[in-house]
Design a binder for this molecule. Structure first.
Ligand SMILES: NC(=O)c1ccc[n+]([C@@H]2O[C@H](COP(=O)([O-])OP(=O)(O)OC[C@H]3O[C@@H](n4cnc5c(N)ncnc54)[C@H](OP(=O)(O)O)[C@@H]3O)[C@@H](O)[C@H]2O)c1
Length: 221
């Protein structure tokens, strides 16, 4: 399993804006990363080369096989496809940043009485699902990582039902440069997922910029 010296084995499912960047930062932080699930193998290989010696590309099955933790970073519409390729995920720690968005990314297709994270957990028996990283636009990730040694790091909420997997998610959040904030059990994703959508709307449709994601904590101060 993990240690701060040797790092964890992290399987990336979905190597786009979120998976590509987070995987790169996990590798830079010392974890062994396998990038998987993109439309081109060449893209995965390129990402792995750029991320350094701790990274490689592979199939979904390879990314999952020996992973201590899996980052799920695919569009909601690709979920069935990616899950059909993983093999058995029982016992695996899955950190999901995926939001349950409709095809044109305008609305959540699951909300109020459930969340994407909870639906995912119910669909993968025995998996240990943690919801994290979905409240932050990918655009800010590199800048936050570069500033990670500063005292006032931005906060990032995460939620889940199982202490060990939450500790793993908190470590990854810290490694990327945020202060992890435990927001409670997985059902709290019913609040954080709509919040993530709101943040994205304000960031991309307003003048606030992507950094608005971690400026909320300064409101009223
Ligand atoms: N982007 C953000 O700032 C942000 C923030 C919070 C949460 N999220 C959530 O995070 C999740 C991922 O978002 P993202 O922005 O990283 O999406 P993305 O850039 O589109 O990445 C999705 C990944 O899935 C791959 N993919 C799509 N269709 C595929 C197919 N038919 N076969 C194989 N691979 C395929 C893409 O391949 P290619 O690389 O070849 O395109 C890409 O690697 C979403 O659920 C989103 O709601 C995103």
């Amino acid at each position: 399993m993990r240690h701060r010296d040797t790092g964890m084995r992290v399987g990336i499912l979905g190597s786009g804006l979120m998976g590509g960047k987070l995987g790169t930062l996990f590798a830079r932080a010392g974890h062994e990363v396998v990038f998987s699930y993109a439309r081109s193998e060449r893209k995965l290989a390129r990402l792995a080369r750029a991320a350094g010696l701790k990274a490689r590309s592979g199939t979904v099955r390879e990314a999952v096989r020996d992973a201590d933790v899996i980052l799920l970073a695919v569009h909601w519409s690709r979920m069935d496809d990616v899950l059909s390729q993983t093999g058995d995920l029982s016992g695996k720690v899955i950190v999901t940043c995926s939001l349950p968005m409709n095809d044109d990314d305008t609305e959540l297709v699951i909300a109020d009485t459930s969340s994407g994270a909870e639906v995912l957990a119910s669909r993968i028996p025995g998996a240990r699902v943690v919801s994290a990283f979905n409240t932050v636009p990918s655009e800010v990730l590199f800048a936050v990582f570069e500033a990670r040694r500063r005292a006032n790091k931005p906060s990032l909420v995460y939620c889940g039902d199982e202490p060990r997997s939450k500790r793993i998610a908190a470590d990854l959040i810290r490694d990327v440069g945020f202060t992890p904030v435990d927001s409670g059990p997985l059902k709290i994703a019913r609040y954080t997922e709509p919040f993530a959508l709101l943040v994205a709307r304000i960031a991309y449709q307003g003048a606030g910029g992507a950094e608005v994601a971690y400026r909320f904590e300064r409101l009223g101060k």
